[in-house]
Every structure is written in C-alpha cells, then in structure tokens.
Write a new protein. Structure first.
Length: 95
C-alpha cells in the first residue's frame, strides 16, 4: 500500500496518495512489524501528501517530526536531514 502512495506522491498526486498511505499506516498501527526506516519513510510520505491536501497541516508536522525521530533513532542521519529540510522549507516556525 505504501509503495503505491509513495509512487503517487512522486508523480505529484498527493491527494491520491493519501488513501494508500493511510492504509499502510493503519496496517502498522494494528501490529504489522516493519523496519524503523520503512515506518519513518511511510510517515514522512504521509506528511508530504497531507501538506498540500488539507488546510489543517498540524498532522503533517506531527508525522514529519515522528519520521525524523525514527530516522535518528535508527541511525539514518541523511534521511533525518531530508525531513528537517522539508520542515524548514514548508513550515519554518514548526521546527
């Protein structure tokens, strides 16, 4: 599910990406075991899809922060930097 969502996001279709990304998030929430970096990648993709798709952007920031923390915890510094750069670009005051 999240692969479809990430592909849609990469093709600049964030609104369409939301449903498959939400399904992926629900699967993880209900106990699917995934690597920390895969979970972080899903959270970050969902944040990126939410940002242009909804007027309430608070959830996007929360998800991006969680993705950043998971990347840092898993030792994925480059990916954590990417999340930080995205947050700085879209919501400088949210960091």
């Amino acid at each position: 599910m999240s692969h479809v969502g990430r592909a849609l996001l990469a093709n600049r279709r964030p609104g369409e990406a939301l449903a498959p990304l939400r399904r992926g998030q629900a699967i993880i929430t209900h106990g699917a075991v995934v690597d920390a970096d895969d979970h972080a990648e899903l959270l970050f993709a969902l944040a990126q899809a939410l940002w242009p798709s909804t007027p309430d952007r608070a959830e996007a920031i929360v998800l991006a922060r969680e993705a950043h923390a998971r990347y840092v915890q898993a030792g994925y510094r480059s990916e954590a930097t990417d999340v930080s750069a995205w947050m700085q670009r879209v919501a400088p005051s949210a960091r």
